[in-house]
Ligand binder design. Structure first.
Ligand SMILES: Cc1ncc(C[n+]2csc(CCOP(=O)(O)OP(=O)(O)O)c2C)c(N)n1
Ligand SMILES: [Mg+2]
Length: 356
């Protein structure tokens, strides 16, 4: 078996995809286990909505080999694949999803608000909200003379938003180190992409903003990795942003409990027949990049890590009510004197002076 650097990367990408898939399978089991007899979203060990990313692993897995802890990732309401690929602490992420005090945000955020400062990962449920903060992080990195980059994820539902188009424009104008990843899973809740967007290849939008655009067909994790490798190099060397649009699959409903009445009957079955994890597994085995034993080890070690994360979360205590207002506002030092020294300024000038 050839152990080239690229093969090592492929093994890491495959292992990351396995970890994501198995993690979500376990999470889904727990989530659904205590919502019955009537499906009650607020009940059980994991109260609240749950958006799973199974099928979308290829859009994220490349990050496990190409990004560093000091790179920034801004993700969406469907964040687990991106969080795991960025190396978010799995124990504390699981505790956060379960609303426990040991969670990354002490259980106050839940599954759509995963923040891990150690690896610079953030996400939020507002569609399109990942793009502007990625620009901010990229601008900060550039002004500080660093080579950290920022990656922003968005779904096909964010494609026609002002926030997305304005961010493409400014990132290109200022040559910011950003990678925009559009995950086109064909659905924005129940709206099919063809009913919201007149073009199939979302990457051609990049032309209009003077940046490279790459379109990845068939949810291909290796093509995604190759495209991202170029985009990372370009961003780190100060050449500016790249847009990557990937055709990906959503195996579960928009949220758990979604009756999916809008989805053609056989669609999931057809997409499962093209499962990128199965395709990559058979490819790695066929090429001798991994052996059957190694494949088993990859699966077992993912399961072990996942079991530990859920055990950590189970053991973590629930938050107490008296903590609820902690960490809501950043501490402010009111002893700092204003520097206007009696000068009278129009508000817009005062804001501008304060910022500079
Ligand atoms: C600004 C805003 N509008 C509407 C919503 C409600 N909403 C939540 S998810 C979603 C669809 C998102 O679709 P897409 O971007 O394709 O992501 P996917 O769910 O397919 O991963 C909508 C409209 C929201 N969260 N934020
Ligand atoms: Mg979508």
């Amino acid at each position: 078996m050839e152990k080239s650097e690229e093969n090592e990367d492929l093994i890491t990408i495959y292992s990351t995809m396995i970890k994501i898939r198995k993690y979500e399978e376990k999470l889904r089991d727990i989530y659904l286990s205590d919502k019955k007899p009537l499906f009650n979203i607020a009940a059980g060990k994991i109260p609240g909505e749950m958006h799973l990313s199974a099928g979308q692993e290829p859009s994220a897995a490349w990050m496990s080999v190409l990004l560093r802890n000091d790179d920034f990732v801004y993700s969406t309401h469907r964040p687990h694949h991106t969080a795991i690929a960025k190396g978010v602490d799995l124990n504390r992420m699981t505790a956060e999803i379960m609303g426990k005090h040991g969670g990354l945000s002490k259980g106050k955020g839940g599954h759509m608000h995963i923040f891990d400062k150690k690896v610079n990962f953030a996400c939020a449920g507002i569609v399109g909200s990942s793009f502007p903060p990625a620009l901010g992080a990229a601008l900060a990195s550039k002004l500080d003379g660093k080579d950290s980059i920022a990656v922003a994820f968005g779904g096909d539902g964010s494609l026609n938003q002002g926030m997305f188009l304005e961010s493409l424009n400014l990132a290109s104008l200022w040559k910011l180190p950003v990678i925009f990843v559009i995950e086109n899973n064909d659905w924005a809740i129940s709206v099919e992409t063809k009913d919201s967007t007149p073009i199939k290849n979302d990457a051609i939008r990049a032309d209009g903003f003077g940046m490279p655009g790459v379109y990845i067909e068939n949810n291909d994790p290796v093509k995604m990795y190759k495209a991202a490798e170029k985009a990372v190099k370009r961003a780190r060397s100060g050449e500016g942003p790249t847009l990557i649009a990937i055709d990906t699959y959503r195996y579960y409903g928009h949220f758990e409990g979604d009756p999916e009445v809008y989805r053609p009957k056989n669609q999931v079955k057809e997409l499962l027949a093209k499962d990128p994890i199965k395709i990559m597994e058979s490819d790695l085995l066929k090429k001798g990049i991994i052996s059957k034993d190694e494949d088993d080890r990859i699966n077992n070690s993912a399961m072990e890590e996942i079991s530990q994360a859920f055990a950590f979360a189970e053991d973590s205590p629930l938050p107490v009510g008296s903590d609820s207002m902690d960490d809501v506002y950043a501490p402010v030092d009111y002893s700092i004197e204003p520097t206007t020294k009696g000068r009278k300024l129009p508000v817009y000038m005062a804001i501008s002076e304060a910022i500079s």
